[in-house]
Design a protein. Structure first.
Length: 140
């Protein structure tokens, strides 16, 4: 499961390739899921739980390009949103690499609003932080 999650992440986020050890570290801090169609890997998700003082969780759904537009992103997002709410989140955020135009369109279509663009040290492609401003119908 971790290698499949890592594969999807590294395919969609080529500017921030993770090692197996880094993914193992994340699984201890975040809720990670992998999605399949039969035995075919289609995507993954991450839920970063709310911190001690904040009631904000980050929900990220990633779908491999050849499987987009088939509803997998919506299912991953809905599962992640449900998990974040179960963990006590009152505010939901997501993050998208700006070169991932499909991911940005998905976030905007699901009620997220851009709150910040930034470059991480050594990066040349900005990241976009977004906050859920209106819930997706049926997701609240």
């Amino acid at each position: 499961m971790l290698e499949d999650w890592r594969y999807v992440h590294n395919t969609i986020i080529p500017t921030h390739v993770l090692t197996t050890e880094e993914v193992r570290d994340r699984v201890g801090r975040h809720h990670l899921e992998v999605a399949y169609l039969g035995e075919t890997l289609v995507g993954c998700s991450t839920v970063r739980p709310p911190g001690d003082d904040a009631r904000t969780a980050t929900v990220i759904a990633r779908v491999l390009p050849e499987h987009r537009g088939q509803g997998f992103g919506g299912e991953l997002y809905a599962r992640g949103l449900k998990r974040a709410r179960e963990l006590g989140a009152e505010t939901i955020e997501t993050v998208v690499l700006s070169s991932n135009e499909d991911g940005l369109r998905f976030a905007l279509r699901h009620g997220f609003t851009e709150i910040e663009r930034y470059l991480l040290p050594g990066d040349t492609i900005p990241w976009i932080d977004l906050r859920l401003s209106s819930p997706t119908p049926g997701s609240a």
